[in-house]
Design a binder for this molecule. Structure first.
Ligand code: PLP
Length: 397
């Protein structure tokens, strides 16, 4: 028998890709410059120099046979040691080499940990708006994702709503800050309140609740905003990091997860996570790229372009009468649509070759996500189209 749940999931498609593909087709007809594509969260700036310098050093000093050899299933010992050392020195949490597992981005961490916590009957919860793949993992391995609304004016955590939404079988809470799709960075106050609430609920429910900190955008923050390192405020946190966005290497598929030594049921969770990774075949991550990435921990790409894109887009759109929560990080703006049906707005924008994606895919109808990891020229050319739509909808001031 074929798993019909999987068949359905595979057939459900991905609206982001669908709109992006439409954009690619349109570009051939009207010319690339006349399509304003804000659909895909793929970095538009180059990786930092350390990537190329390390690559050169490695290729000059190692034989190809050694360089491209199979890595151990969960990463080279020296890569895991250097990562643990970096985390210890930067955040003061006493990670050891054995606590670090090298992965294919945070996707691997999320898929594996969802399997670990949900296969036995637990539930996963996350805050809205959220990255759509969380739902995919939760649907594949368990009874689906519990969506917890945030404060609609700020997308910050609402502790009362969170307390009401938590269920006695919640095992895993996925937190993503800076957030895809809102760009919001979760504030320390809300996170500390959340940590206290979870500590209380663990006692009430009689089992641990684990935070999975999904942080592919940790280093993409503007104006010196603090991104709280969750393991320092809540010990049952598994930290997941990726080099995809932070240093612009999405295609190389490198990231890691780190289990704090004092994690409850450490040994079972760690063993199960490794087995889950293996069961998916996500083992032996690229030897060359894990060696490069570890040398670039702490380095960032030049994110000044994202910041100026953010400033231009946020300033212009709000001036035109659109409403958006101010994004402190990542490279997304989540804009309220002038009509409640976000997909209808997207289709109307598509007719003008303006491509954005509906918030329904992120558990939040009535919004669109604008990925501004594009050249500033694309934004400049797209602004008159946003203005035209604002006028048509009568929201312009
Ligand atoms: N989590 C979030 C919030 C994302 O936006 C993405 C990618 O867009 C991922 C996880 C997966 O990233 P990767 O597997 O490349 O690290």
């Amino acid at each position: 028998m074929i798993d019909q749940k999987l068949v359905k999931a595979g057939q459900s498609g991905n609206i982001i890709r669908e709109i992006a593909e439409y954009g690619a087709k349109q570009a051939k007809i009207v010319g690339e410059d006349n399509v304003y594509n804000f659909t895909i969260g793929s970095p538009s700036i180059n990786p930092p120099d350390c990537v190329f310098e390390t690559m050169e050093k490695l290729t000059a000093s190692m034989s190809p046979a050694k360089l491209y050899t199979y890595a151990p299933a969960i990463g080279f010992p020296e890569v895991r040691e250097k990562t643990a050392e970096y985390l210890r020195n930067t955040f003061g949490v006493p990670y050891r080499a054995q606590d670090v597992v090298v992965t294919c981005g945070t996707s691997t961490c999320l898929a594996a940990l969802t399997k670990v916590f949900l296969s036995g009957g637990g539930r996963a919860m996350t805050f809205t708006p959220y990255f759509m793949d969380y739902k995919y993992y939760a649907d594949s391995h368990g009874e689906g994702l519990i969506e917890c609304p945030t404060n609609p004016d700020t997308f910050q955590i609402d502790l009362d709503v969170t307390e009401k939404t938590l269920t006695s079988d919640t095992m895993m809470l996925i937190l993503n800050s800076p957030n895809n799709p809102s760009g919001v960075v979760l504030k320390r106050e809300g996170l500390e309140g959340l940590a206290k609430l979870l500590e209380k609920k663990q006692i009430e429910y009689g089992h641990p609740i684990y935070i999975v900190a999904d942080e592919p955008y940790r280093d993409l923050v503007y104006d010196g905003q603090e991104v709280v390192f969750l393991p320092t405020i809540y010990k049952n946190t598994i930290y997941c990091y990726s080099f995809s966005k932070n240093i612009s290497l999405p295609g190389e598929r490198i990231g890691f997860m780190a289990f704090p030594p004092e994690l409850d049921d450490y040994s079972d969770i760690y063993s199960a996570a490794i087995a889950a990774i293996r069961s998916f075949g996500y083992i032996c991550v690229s030897s060359l790229w894990q060696r490069i990435c570890v040398e670039c921990l702490g380095a960032t790409s030049d994110i000044s372009i994202y910041k100026s894109n953010r400033d231009l887009l946020y300033g212009s759109l709000t001036e035109m009468g659109y409403q958006c929560v101010y994004p402190d990080g990542a490279f997304y703006l989540f804009m309220k649509t002038p009509e409640p049906d976000a997909e209808a707005f997207c289709r109307r924008a598509m007719k003008e070759n303006l491509l954005v994606v509906p918030g329904d895919s992120f558990g939040t109808p009535g919004y669109v996500r604008i990925a501004y990891c594009v050249s500033p020229d694309v934004i400049k050319r797209a602004l008159p189209v946003f203005k035209k739509l604002a006028e048509e909808y009568g929201i312009n001031k």
